[in-house]
Design a protein around this ligand. Structure first.
Ligand code: FNR
Length: 345
C-alpha cells in the first residue's frame, strides 16, 4: 500500500510539474540592475554554510522518494545525478523502512552511488529518536530532514489526524541526534512564528518549502476515492512569502533558512538566496526532467543551473551566495500585499 502510494506521488508530481514555467511568487521579486556593478565571474564561489555544514553549492535535490521497487530506481538515478553535479541530495521519507525492512536498499543507494556527497535522511515529525538515529545511520547522513505536512495528511484519507505532539517530538529528536536537524514543509510554507518556535525547540535549519510548485493537496486529492477535498490546493505561503515572513525571526534566533517550492530557474535560486536562504531545493521540477528526458539530461540541466547561478551572482556584483543578501531587490504584486498585511517592511 505504502509502495503504491510512493509510485502515485512520483507519477502525479511528474504530471503536475509539466508546466514548469507557470507564474508564481518568484515573479514578484526583481533585482535593480546596476550597469557598472558586476563582479568578475572567476571571483565567485558558490560555497555556502548551512547550519554547521559547509555545502559546495547553494542548490540541492529535495526529499522525494523511496519505499517501492520503482522508486528505488528513481533514487539510484537521483544519487548519480547528485554525484556527477556535486549537489547535496535529500532522501524521501524513510518511514517505509520501519514497516518493511526490505525497502532499506532503495534508500541506501543514495549513499552507495554518492559516497562523498552531502546526503540528508528524511522522516516525519512522528518518528522516534531511535528511528531518527537509524535513518541517519542507514544513509551515513550529514543531516536529518523532518517534514511537517499537516495539509497533506488531512487530505489523505489514511493520513494522520493528530498533530499536537509534533513540537515535543521534534525537540526530542533534535536533542538526541549528533547531526543537524532540518525541519521542512512539503509545499505549504512556513511563517515567522513557526521558525521562532522551531528555534526554541532546538532546530537550527528550516526549509520554508512553499506553494507555487508541487501541490500535495492536489496530489492527495487526486488519490482520494471518497469526497473531494480540493479546497486546500494552493494553501499557505510561497517560498518567497515564507522567507520574507521569517527572515527576521531566523536572524534573531540564528536559524539557517533554506528555500524550496516552485523553484523553476537559476534566477529563482538567486532570488531566494537574496531573500535570505542559504541554499535552495528543487524536487518536482528535477523529477520531471529525470522521468521525461532521462538522467543525462538532468545532469546537463543542473550543470547549466550552477553556471547561470554563478553568472547572475557576478552580474549582481557579488562573489558568494551570502553576499546576495546585500543586493537591491524590489518586491511587487501579491507578495508586496502579503508583506503589507503581515507588517513586513
Ligand atoms: C516530495 N516531497 C517530500 N518531502 C519530504 O520531506 N518527504 C517526502 O517523502 C517527500 N516526498 C515527495 C515526493 C515527490 C514525488 C515530490 C515531488 C515531493 C516534497 C518536496 O521535498 C518539496 O518540499 C515540495 O515538492 C516542493 O518543492 P517543488 O517540488 O515545488 O520543487
Amino acid at each position: 500500500m505504502s509502495g503504491d502510494r510512493k509510485d502515485d506521488h512520483v507519477r502525479l508530481a511528474t504530471e503536475q510539474n509539466r508546466d514548469r514555467h507557470r507564474r508564481n511568487d518568484f515573479d514578484d521579486v526583481r533585482f535593480v540592475h546596476h550597469a557598472l556593478g558586476a563582479a568578475d565571474i572567476e571571483a565567485v564561489s558558490l560555497r555556502t554554510r548551512v547550519g554547521a555544514m559547509d555545502w559546495p553549492v547553494p542548490l540541492y535535490i529535495n526529499g522525494m522518494t523511496g519505499g517501492s521497487d520503482a522508486t528505488a530506481i528513481v533514487n539510484r538515478d537521483l544519487a548519480v545525478v547528485a554525484r556527477e553535479t556535486g549537489i547535496p541530495i535529500a532522501s524521501g521519507s524513510m518511514s517505509p523502512v520501519f514497516k518493511d525492512r526490505d525497502t532499506t536498499g532503495g534508500f541506501r543507494v543514495l549513499r552507495e552511488e554518492n559516497p562523498s556527497g552531502i546526503v540528508l535522511a528524511n522522516l516525519s515529525a512522528n518518528a522516534t529518536p531511535e528511528q531518527a538515529h537509524e535513518a541517519v545511520g542507514i544513509l551515513g547522513a550529514d543531516a536529518l530532514q523532518i517534514h511537517v505536512n499537516a495539509v497533506q495528511e488531512l487530505v489523505m484519507p489514511e493520513g494522520d489526524r493528530s498533530f499536537t505532539h509534533w513540537p515535543e517530538n521534534i525537540a526530542s529528536i533534535a536533542a538526541s541526534l549528533d547531526v543537524p536537524v532540518v525541519v521542512k514543509e512539503v509545499g505549504f510554507g512556513m511563517s515567522g512564528e513557526t521558525v521562532a518556535e522551531l528555534a526554541r525547540l532546538g532546530v537550527g535549519v528550516v526549509d520554508v518549502s512553499g506553494r507555487g510548485g508541487t501541490d500535495f493537496a492536489a496530489i492527495e486529492n487526486a488519490r482520494r476515492t471518497g469526497a473531494d477535498f480540493a479546497v486546500l490546493s494552493g494553501w499557505g505561503q510561497s517560498a518567497v512569502g515564507g522567507l520574507l515572513d521569517s527572515r527576521a525571526a531566523a536572524e534573531d534566533a540564528r536559524v539557517t533558512l533554506l528555500a524550496s517550492g516552485g523553484v523553476r530557474t537559476p534566477l529563482d535560486v538567486v532570488r531566494a538566496l537574496a531573500l535570505g536562504a542559504s541554499a535552495v531545493g528543487v524536487a518536482g521540477g528535477f523529477l520531471r526532467i529525470l522521468r521525461q528526458d532521462g538522467r543525462d539530461a538532468l545532469i546537463a540541466e543542473i550543470r547549466r543551473w550552477l553556471e547561470q547561478i554563478t553568472a547572475i551572482t557576478a552580474l549582481l556584483g557579488q562573489t558568494s551566495p551570502a553576499g546576495l543578501r546585500n543586493t537591491d531587490v524590489v518586491i511587487t504584486g501579491e507578495v508586496r500585499e502579503f508583506c503589507q498585511a503581515r507588517g513586513i517592511d
